[in-house]
Design a protein around this ligand. Structure first.
Ligand code: WQD
Length: 340
């Protein structure tokens, strides 16, 4: 009995693989290494004492994916593999639709033909767009996301709903808010590939002197300090939610159609400047910044009502913003040590 984890050497994927192994699951990773590096596999083994089975190929290679399903008894999948840069998705829409949707459909073809259930999908709060009310719960109406990246997440959810209904399978759509942090061992974290799009990796690199200053994209939002508010959830808490969602699905008989949707966040909003301040306080470092114009497509505020996950999955976020930001700095120091 194995769990297929696509994108399993990526940021959230690698943390989830660790939690799956710690919970006794056998893991099969497929990752094309386009946004990850092979040393992460060694670090997973160092943390858990187990080396997951790993296949380095692109999920669009249907014939290679079939061979994985023929070689292993796959009983569930956690699908992380996707391009996820909001800005890049606007410049390369066809690449994003092809990569994010074709890879998903290839997996579902195997699930369909082999009568496999238990599919966990990495979705995002971006499917809500700018919600009218806070906190955001799972009944909040969806809005067409502005970014192609966000649209691929919303389309992925629709494909999975029809898959569950059409073939009586069980799916769980996990809508992440803003994942941050690194593993307590400092052996896993958000790999800096190019200029970071997201706030916390950019803050980390600014504190490390790699970036001169953090650009704060707008301080004229209708929020307490004028900067945009998000719900920053610690990546290990998020990884544990995936294991809880999988356990929940696998506890339900396989011939049932199940479509679960969960918001995964802390339930607390933090502004950009609050994150900067928390990072400086947690790590006793300075993060120089300058206020710039708003970034196109950004929303003002988003934070979760995560009560449903607490009720149904017996899961809740347990790590404070400061604790999560401390792990980021330890990860940066590990990355620097690797260079020496
Ligand atoms: C957070 C806040 C920025 C960088 C996106 C996706 C979401 C998820 C996470 C993909 C915003 C501000 C940022 C910077 C800044 N999945 N910011 N200076 O845009 O909320 O969510 O990434 O990974 O699906 O939509 O995250 O970290 O980019 O931005 O001021 O250099 O920080 O304007 O207000 P976002 P983010």
């Amino acid at each position: 009995m194995a769990i297929l984890v696509t994108g399993g050497l990526g940021y959230i994927g690698s943390h989830t693989v660790v939690e799956l192994i710690n919970s006794g699951y056998e893991v099969v990773i497929v990752d094309d290494l386009s946004h990850s590096e092979k040393f992460i596999l060694n670090n997973i083994e160092e943390i858990t004492g187990k080396r997951p089975i790993f296949y380095p190929f692109d999920l669009k290679r249907k014939e290679l994916l079939t061979q994985v399903f023929e070689a292993h008894q796959i009983d569930g999948c956690i699908n992380f593999a996707a391009f996820k840069a909001v800005g890049e998705s606007q410049e390369k829409p066809v690449d994003y639709y092809e990569n994010n949707l074709f890879s998903l459909i290839n997996i579902l073809q195997e699930f369909k033909s082999r009568n496999i259930s238990n599919f966990i999908f990495s979705s995002s709060c971006t499917v809500y767009g700018q919600a009218d009310e806070m906190p955001i719960d799972e009944n909040t109406p969806l809005k067409m996301p502005e970014s192609v990246y966000g649209k691929t997440k919303q389309m992925g959810e629709e494909i999975l709903k029809d898959f569950a209904k059409g073939y009586k399978r069980k799916v769980s759509l996990l809508r992440y808010f803003n994942p941050i942090g690194a593993h307590p061992s400092a052996l896993l974290g958000e790999l800096p590939i190019g200029v970071p799009n997201n706030l916390v990796p950019y803050v980390m690199q600014t504190a490390a002197g790699i970036r001169e200053k953090l650009n704060v994209w707008g301080n004229d939002y209708p929020t307490e300090d004028g900067t945009a508010v998000r719900d920053y959830i610690y990546v290990v808490d998020l990884a544990k939610a995936h294991v809880a969602a999988l356990k929940n699905l696998m506890s339900i008989p396989n011939d049932e159609a199940v479509i679960d949707v969960y918001n995964l966040g802390t339930g607390k909003g933090s502004s950009v400047l609050e994150v900067v301040k928390a990072f400086e306080t947690a790590n006793n470092v300075a993060v120089p910044y300058q206020i710039c114009d708003r970034r196109e497509g950004d929303i003002t505020i988003a934070y979760a009502n995560a009560d449903k996950a607490e009720r149904n999955l017996n899961w809740k976020s347990e790590t404070s913003l400061e604790e999560a930001l401390k792990t980021v700095w330890e990860w940066q120091k590990y990355l620097e040590s690797r260079k020496n």
